[in-house]
Design a protein around this ligand. Sequence first.
Ligand code: CMP
Length: 220
Amino acid sequence: LQHVPLFQDLAVEELETIAPLFVERKYKKGTILFFEGDIGDEFFLIQSGVVKVYRIDNAKEIILSLFHEGDFFGEMALVQRGLQRSATAETMDNCSIYTLVRSEFYAFMERSPKLCLRLMETTMERLRKANEQIYDLTFLDVRTRIIKTIFKLSEQYGQTKASGTLINIKLTHQQLANLVGTVRESVTKVLQELQEDRIISINKKYISVRNVEALKKLIY
Ligand code: CMP
């Protein structure tokens, strides 16, 4: 747990108190962890795998965020007592997740100002990203938004390889569209163009950024 950013500043004794309270659970790909509107009674921390948090309207989906190893989620319905889950959470591959029940989460928050500060820091980081998303959705065209999303994914999930930066997360065109807030056809078209210009390459659904400078020039 000491490698998890949320627990970075905690003393060993504090970590030793909280660690046994977490319950480790394995989930298969495509498992709904909770639905928007549910009563929230658990806090989630990812050990491995990717989870998407999204909202749905008339079968259209908008992904609010992707979470991976070391990320936590499900804190909102716990901190805002009485409010329901603000979005649905679903595993995107087989996941191993630590959960903490509401009462333990509270007890620990009350005991540890450092933990509260880290939680606030992450919340502000997420608010900053949400502000950027509002800006992008308002001012950028779809093509630029798709390209920017690929760039951001390469920063977040990128692994340096001889051929460029491999985005180590498998996304279908539809999932990418749901992340950008557009339709699948637009994603397919832009990915095709970027491949033709040799800015990216795609192998077995994994995208590699081959020319990051060219990609950035298309955004900024
Ligand atoms: P909760 O409302 O309990 O359940 C859904 C979770 O998704 C929420 O807690 C947060 O952890 C997470 N979440 C909701 N909206 C966002 C967002 N805009 N950015 C990042 N995470 C979010």
